[in-house]
Design a protein around this ligand. Structure first.
Ligand code: NAD
Length: 353
């Protein structure tokens, strides 16, 4: 008897916002997933949407995402608009019966993020946040060791996402009302999520922090990521925070768009009572037989993290299994960042509920 081939349901995706991340990551990422089609795209700038549709062979083009969401054929959408436009398209898509992959950060603040999480629950649809750095080969290697007991009890981490001269010279990354903040929300969100993921996502209870603007207002600072308009600069260019968790663990977070440092850093160092680890360069530290050991993974295969992100999102939809980066975890990060910003304004520690 001939073996029947399993028929895989085709997943059709729509894209809201056809800017940098949609073109570089989401659209090509989905197009690599078997039996997945980018069926429609939308941008308020008609020309942009048309160009992208032509470049990637996307059959349907819109300038109003609400119209795109009326398409019954769409199973899911990617929300790739600037941060201040994550909430409304996400909620509209969920209410239209689509699963959503929203870019990081989840939202401008925790109030918006909570509304998005609630909308997903009400609609019975999945909401994932694009915190792709979790899929780095080194992060996944550390996760495997940590899940098998490398750290013992993880009680402290130092998370850093630091640029020496990396104020973005494009987009709206320097405008507080559209972005919600500077490096804390743009870069800190990645390294904080990755750190908490490795620590098993303990529950945050309080945070304190400080923000500084020492470079962004000036017109005599080197722009290695393009030249920005100092008059438009309304975010911090350095932000740090100290976070407490309900299990007694603490995390120190440092982020910058510009700082007088030797070099850029994207790293987390995690301390446990049985072992420790760091992301960049990836290493693990233990003691055995009264001997200090250092372990360095070798031959890790390089990973295209965005491709993994799109592929796992589509597979979760297809198989009706939980998405790998649930919005609830991204909401914890957003709550922490809110508390750090509030603490910087108030000059004291802020509780997280
Ligand atoms: N995960 C990552 O590595 C990563 C990298 C870069 C950006 N991002 C995130 O992706 C998001 C977008 O960033 P980007 O760099 O692509 O910005 P971008 O400015 O290049 O693109 C945003 C696009 O959204 C469009 N847009 C604005 N309002 C719209 C609306 N109402 N309807 C439809 N389209 C609309 C704009 O015209 C623009 O084309 C941000 O939230 C950012 O944080 C993530």
């Amino acid at each position: 008897m001939a073996r029947r081939r399993k028929v895989r349901r085709k997943i059709r995706v729509g894209i809201i916002g056809t800017g940098g991340i949609a073109r570089a990551a989401h659209i090509p990422g989905y197009q690599k997933v078997p039996d997945c089609e980018v069926f429609a795209c939308c941008d308020i700038v008609k020309q942009k949407a048309r160009e992208v549709a032509k470049q990637f062979g996307i059959p349907h083009v819109f300038t109003d995402y609400r119209q795109m969401l009326e398409m019954d054929e769409l199973d899911a959408v990617s929300v790739c608009t600037p941060n201040y436009l994550h909430k409304d398209p996400t909620i509209a898509a969920l209410r239209a019966g689509k699963h959503v992959l929203v870019e990081k950060p989840l939202a401008l603040n925790a109030k918006e993020g909570q509304a998005m999480v609630d909308a997903a629950k009400e609609a019975g649809k999945q909401l994932m946040c694009g915190l792709n750095n979790r899929f780095r080969a080194e992060a996944q290697a550390l996760k495997r060791f940590i899940d098998n007991g490398l750290l013992g009890e993880a009680y402290y981490a130092r998370a850093q996402a630091l640029r020496r001269r990396g104020i973005p010279g494009w987009g709206v990354f320097i405008e507080k009302d559209k972005q919600g903040g500077g490096p804390l929300i743009d870069l800190g969100v990645h390294i904080l999520d990755l750190t908490l993921y490795l620590m098993g996502y303990p529950q945050p209870i309080a945070a304190s922090g400080q923000t500084y603007t020492k470079f962004g207002h000036r017109d005599d600072v080197l722009g290695l990521m393009g030249q920005w308009d100092p008059k438009k600069f309304t975010v911090e260019d350095f932000g740090c925070g100290f976070i407490r968790f309900d299990n007694g663990a603490t995390v120190y977070l440092e982020t910058s768009f510009a700082a007088n440092l030797e070099a850029d850093v994207f790293n987390t160092v995690i301390l446990g009572d049985r072992g420790g680890c760091q992301l960049s360069p990836v290493k693990m530290f233990t003691e055995q037989n009264q001997t200090l050991l250092e372990m360095t993974p070798t031959s890790l295969r390089p990973v295209k993290t965005h491709e993994v992100e799109m592929s796992l999102f589509v597979e979760a939809i297809r198989n009706d299994t939980p998405v790998p980066i649930p919005a609830e975890e991204a909401l914890q990060v957003t709550k922490i960042l809110d508390a750090i910003y509030q603490s910087a304004e108030k000059g004291r520690e802020v509780k997280i509920r």
